[in-house]
Unconditional design. Structure first.
Length: 117
């Protein structure tokens, strides 16, 4: 199983970034795909998720600014991040959670997003 996250970088406050997660080795269509983030000194926190059926949830802190989407044909999940704030600075991780088997939860290595003020 491999979840390869990319697209992170340095951006000024108010700017945008698009994160991409390429999944392999899983049955993509039966996985809820999610993004989490971890800022220095903080615990990992939920950002957004999209179920295989398309149901989407967001953390309150990113609602209206971030958009999660998935391409089941390409085994890809995306996170469009707009109106970025310094407090969005974190390592962003991609997660795949099998909808039928709780133990089948996988993490990618993460991509760093830094938002300067």
């Amino acid at each position: 199983v491999q979840l390869q996250a990319s697209g992170g970088g340095l951006v000024q406050a108010g700017g945008s970034l698009r994160l991409t997660c390429a999944a392999s080795g899983i049955s993509f269509n039966v996985n809820t795909m999610a993004w989490y983030r971890q800022a220095p000194g903080n615990q990992r926190e939920f950002v957004a998720a999209i179920a295989s059926g398309g149901i989407i949830t967001y953390a309150d802190s990113v609602k209206g600014r971030f958009t999660i989407s998935r391409d089941n044909a390409k085994n890809m999940v995306y996170l469009q991040m707009n109106s970025l704030k310094p407090e969005d600075t974190a390592v962003y991780y991609c997660n795949a959670q099998n909808r039928y088997v709780t133990a089948m939860s996988y993490w990618g290595k993460g991509t760093l997003v830094t938002v300067s003020s």
